[in-house]
Design a protein around this ligand. Structure first.
Ligand code: DX5
Ligand code: ZN
Length: 213
């Protein structure tokens, strides 16, 4: 199983002082998860590449594009803004390999994500070319939703198929659900509400980490 990684999601942070917010958890964070929503693939909109460029952190940025059919130039803006990884949605792209290949050509890690009701079969053909699979554990679009445990068989099957692949879970992750997803085979844990929603963020991240052993 690959290294366990924690990815605080800035969707739940105070964006008016985002670099300061990140600084608090920097010591324990392996990635900073940045949710990009376009108002089409998901109803809300969030920050853009210009904003991402202003984030000051040494922690690699894990960009999650909840975006309908992102073009090369659109993706490139996030790469130029410093993305370490870019994840697209299977449901949002007609030919996901087009976006995956573009991301990889730019020497950035490429991920593919599936919503809770999307079957693993839809992405099996991309498993040989991606660096990460993001299994959504809530419906994409909003922070603070309840973890959907019915997504765990996908994580389990994926881990069996790909023992060394980064498998990320996103949505409703807290010390309890992180433990459930870890047991199923996930190794990258996105945490928004359960982390930035807390007063003591360091204690919160340590609590999640303590369940991942
Ligand atoms: C939801 C986003 C998540 C969100 C998770 O669409 O993709 O990254 O920040 O938030 P919590 O941890 O509150 O479920
Ligand atoms: Zn996300």
């Amino acid at each position: 199983m690959p290294k366990v990684k924690i990815a605080p999601s800035i969707l739940s942070a105070d964006l008016s002082k985002v670099s300061q917010e990140i600084k608090e958890v920097e010591k324990y964070a392996d990635l900073i998860h940045v949710d990009i929503m376009d108002g089409i693939f998901v109803p809300p909109t969030t920050v853009n590449a210009e904003f991402v460029k202003t984030i000051k952190t040494k922690v690699p940025l894990d960009v999650h594009l909840m975006v309908h059919e992102p073009s090369d130039s659109y993706i490139k803006r996030f790469i130029d803004a410093g993305a370490y990884s870019v994840t697209i949605h299977e449901e949002a792209c007609k030919y996901p390999s087009k976006q995956i290949n573009f991301i990889k050509k730019n020497r950035v890690k490429a991920g593919i994500s599936i919503k809770p009701n999307t079957s693993l079969d839809k992405i099996k053909k991309y498993l040989g070319i991606v660096d990460m699979v993001l299994v959504m554990t809530v419906e994409p679009g909003w922070a603070g939703q309840k973890f959907i445990e019915a997504t765990m068989p996908k994580v389990r099957e994926l881990r069996k198929l790909k023992p060394r692949l980064d498998i990320e879970v996103d949505g409703g992750i807290n010390p309890i659900t992180a433990g459930i997803a870890f047991e199923a085979g996930a190794n990258v844990f996105v945490a928004g509400t359960s982390l930035f929603g807390k007063k003591d963020r360091v204690a919160a991240i340590k609590e999640i980490l303590s369940t991942l052993k």
